[in-house]
Design a protein around this ligand. Sequence first.
Ligand code: F0G
Length: 423
Amino acid sequence: MRTWQRCEQCGHELDELAPASVCPQCGGLLELRHRFFERGDALTRTFSARRQSLHGTDVSGVWRYRELVLPSATPAQIVSHPEGNTPLLERSRVSEWAAIERLLMKHEGHNPTGSFKDRGMTVAMTQARRLGASAVACASTGNTSASLAAYAAHAGLPALVFVPAGQVAMGKLTQTLAYGARTLIVRGNFDDCLTLARDASAALNIQLLNSINPFRLEGQKSIVFELLEQLDWSPPDWIVLPAGNLGNTSAFGKAIREALEIGLISHAPRIAAIQAAGASPFAQSFHEHFAKPVRVTPETIATAIRIGAPASWNRAVRAIRETNGVVASVTDDEILEAKAVIDAAGVGCEPASAASVAGARKLRAEGVIGPHDTVAAVLTGHLLKDPGILVKYHQETTPAPSYANRPIEIDATVAEVERVIAG
Ligand code: F0G
């Protein structure tokens, strides 16, 4: 067997093609295990050769790493847009603001539906098709639902999504509708939506594609592989990412573990997971050495990470522990300021994504990140995901925030233009 599923809680093992969404013995979360046949340089050469290809699954920044993702999937089974191939950016304005000499931004907003979710979704949708699923579902703060809707449309599967009423950014909700998912707006928060999605998909025999689904994490690992490849397999000191339901933190931990195991890298980058202060159960627990899980009623302007009861808790704890990582939180004001700086550098991202750069700045100020450390911050979603927050920040907030760029209304005369430019 090359790939199989294993319960993280009780160790029970299942076939790769078992349709269970959690362990049938104890209800624990499942993870994928792979037997790796190629290692080190042989693999990195294969990955780099595939970059030359113009056709097929090699052009996907997920499936290019297929030996580490889902080796048994055949090209005919793969549902790919393609996705991945996101840029690694460095902008002096952002580095100066964060007071970090070498601050790189891995921009996952460049994915087909504008967030990193596409990397997990291509794998989970491929697996759903391999299992012969009749429909797929997820709970979401917006990005997962947009991604699921697009990939389900591509796969020709009906999609059902559960989103919290009044708490999903406009870009994400409209994407979900446009791509054709049956959209249920639930009177409750994300945590309520996830409970409902789990119960409803079990009752109705629908494939659940939230990040508790281990196939999602396999795809999301490719953010780390691609980042490492862009750095010639020389790891940064830190990888900083926003954290909500903790699927991505878990995926990053697994990617680093496997990259070490097969000799792609010689030492682990440290993970810094950043939460919004009003939705920071993981950060609070970290400060008590993860003695016990914490649950909160979440509140933040970064709606993507407005989550109080993260589902992938234990595996994210493992990711932080194994990489000697840290968890921190930043206020909504810090998120908005970081976002304004990233936006004004011509890069742009959605609010939750800016938490990574805000967190990097804070950890640098506290001396956790060293003065000469290389830091890779993940920007998880595109600027246009949340236009509402931009209108508020630039046009409607009084007094104007420090980086507000107010538009100026004028009469259609050159004199007016001159007056404005002079003033
Ligand atoms: N950044 C963005 C833009 C997100 O959409 C999410 C999660 C995260 C960060 C956090 O990732 O949950 O794996 O810790 N969005 C999910 C959704 C919850 O439904 O779209 P996480």
